[in-house]
Design a binder for this molecule. Structure first.
Ligand code: CU
Length: 312
């Protein structure tokens, strides 16, 4: 994914900023403690090393002043860290507001479903947001625990099956932000990525209008045969294409498949060649993925490909 980074050292929202800030301060405090401890150990090694014809150094047992210092100082450090942490928690995870969320994001083994109840679109693994606007996200899962994390924009938040956790999402700079599932959820956990594209309002509105459209209508040729195959080969049992068929969300909605950058939640770029490989055998690209190999004949596979290329 070129031109995009996922580093927590480059936060792009107030929520992520609060976490980075806490992380950096904690790192410096720990670095100072390390320097003091390592310095004292080094000093003592040198100062009290065994010398020839030297007697044992004076033996000391108990030192009240020292004990008070090494109890009070760490206690104060812990108090400071506690205060900073409480502050960062408040800033990185403000309470949800009542009412419908802007997006419902549902974790599936191993991809993300994105639904907008207000704007009425469905996407998978990739979605756009307007720059500078804070979106309320409800997190859900259909199977196991997943964890939603866009390092530059959000805190981590667990998606618990049917429990409706909440997180705020916002980007103050336009850009492409990578997200991941950050809680182990099975074989393909590592390939459960997502992409958030933050862009100015007008561009975002245009993207939403595209997402709201049903699939392009095809009437003849390979593409039309591909559309019929989508209905006949049980693809509809797991996938939906708006205006064509399917209600299930067992697999990603394919209505705007051709508009996505990646396939299989980030496992490969969405190129015609990779889509061909996916349809030939998804297990080759993403072993364990919950889509079976259909052993499609080359002609059927190419008809499906012809149809999918129309799904902008
Ligand atoms: Cu996971």
């Amino acid at each position: 994914m070129s031109g995009s980074s996922g580093s927590i050292f480059d936060p792009a929202s107030p929520e992520a900023q609060a976490i980075t800030h806490l992380f950096v301060i904690t790192l410096w405090i720990c670095a100072a403690i390390f320097a003091v401890v390592a310095g004292l150990v080094g000093y003592c090694l040198a100062r009290y090393r065994q010398r020839e014809e030297a007697d044992d150094p004076a033996q000391t047992a108990g030192n009240k002043r020292l004990e008070v210092v090494w109890t009070v100082v760490p206690f104060c450090i812990v108090l400071v860290l506690f205060g900073l942490t409480a502050q960062a928690m408040e800033k990185s995870d403000p309470a949800p507001e009542p009412g419908e969320p802007d997006l419902v994001i549902t974790g599936h083994q191993w991809w993300w479903e994105i639904r907008s109840p207000k704007l009425g679109y469905v996407a998978a693994n990739e979605f756009h947001i307007p720059v500078g606007e804070r979106l309320s996200i409800r997190l859900d899962s259909t199977d196991v625990l997943h964890e939603f994390w866009v390092p530059r924009l959000t805190r981590k938040m667990t998606a618990v099956p049917h429990a409706g956790n909440h997180v705020w999402l916002r980007a103050d700079k336009p850009g492409v932000y990578q997200g991941v599932c950050s809680e182990f959820c099975g074989t393909q956990h590592a390939w459960m990525r997502l992409i958030v594209v933050a862009e100015p309002r007008e561009k975002f509105d245009a993207w939403v209008r595209t997402q709201q459209q049903p699939a392009a209508v095809v009437t003849s040729g390979d593409a039309a045969r591909g559309r019929d195959l989508f209905r006949e080969l049980t693809c509809v049992n797991c996938h939906a294409i708006q205006g064509v068929g399917g209600k299930s969300n067992a697999g990603p909605d394919l209505t705007h498949l051709a508009g996505r950058q990646m396939l299989g939640a980030g496992v490969v770029p969405n190129t015609p060649e990779n889509l061909r490989r996916w349809l030939t055998d998804p297990q080759q690209i993403k072993p364990g993925a919950l889509m079976p190999n259909f052993n499609l004949s080359p002609s059927r596979r190419d008809q499906l490909l012809a149809y999918f290329s129309t799904l902008q």
